[in-house]
Design a protein around this ligand. Sequence first.
Ligand code: SF4
Length: 350
Amino acid sequence: MVSPNSEFNDQSLMNGSVNHESQIGTSPIHRLDGAVRAPYSIQFELTYRCDLNCVMCYNGSGETIGRELSDDQWLDIVQHAIELGIMEAIVSGGEPLMRGKEFVTCLLEELSDGGVSIHLITNGTFVDRDFVRSLRGLNLRIIQTSIDGHTPEIHNVIRQGRNFNDVVAATSLFASHGFYCRVGTTIVKMNEEHIEDILELAVSLGAQEIVIDQFLPIGRSIRNYDRIATSLSHEDIRKEVERLSKAYADLITVRIGMLCQDQLRQCSDQEVNDSIIIRPNGDLRLGCMAPFTCGNVMDTALRALWETGGAYAWKSSKVVEYVSRVHDNESMRAEYQKLGILHGYENETI
Ligand code: SF4
């Protein structure tokens, strides 16, 4: 565990363009009025648990991993995040609804009452009409479901569970109740020839957006790599997304996920971090592609963790070196292996 102040002892934090003067008004984390700049966004990973076992899950979710925050602890943390001043919350898991629909609704209400814009990610298994109705009136900007195949055979073999009918019904329910629905699709060997078919399914369900992503070579992907590696390059996928984007412009927004190295560089270029993840056990983690934690919200208050480490964590020497070594999927996979991170949920402490 890192003490609240130890991140400041990291020499790299004092190098280069970042100068963490503690004087209010001169530090990048302080606004001119002296108030602390909050992270724009926090991703709340409510649980490690998942009813599915997707072959490419970057988090390795669904496995028995260990202690999770209680419902009350999560509600407290959310309150602290609101007080800190976040603008956006990404609520995910594992599968967040495995924490119980009543609890998730309660947490979303708290965020909404706090004026926070919400992005909910669910695999759809536990979504029913009552749950969808319970979300009406909340500040839900995006609801994201994952569809990896246009047929049950393809989707279910990738998701390793009988989820196709559920996610189709859930997406349709969300859309028919007026929510902005994004479908996330990850390209693996089993669906690489069906990108347009999946897009057409998303359109038929009423989704407004589809994001086509390459799988991250971390988490469960490491173990399943040979089974799922696609023959499509990022450039192939980019061209296809460009074509589909034009062809379906009147029906749906089509986006491509960023390359892992580009995302990492974009994050590490920021003077002050603008987003952070809170893991199911309370660890504060940099990002889904950066397996570094800088403390636990059960040991140190969220605000203190943020001010003393989280805000500048991308400038720590360990993270800078990691980012400099990731040039593509292969090098990211090698870095995770070097760190002994075989499942996706282990972390390095900075
Ligand atoms: S990708 Fe999502 S649905 Fe699949 S195992 Fe991971 S958390 Fe569960």
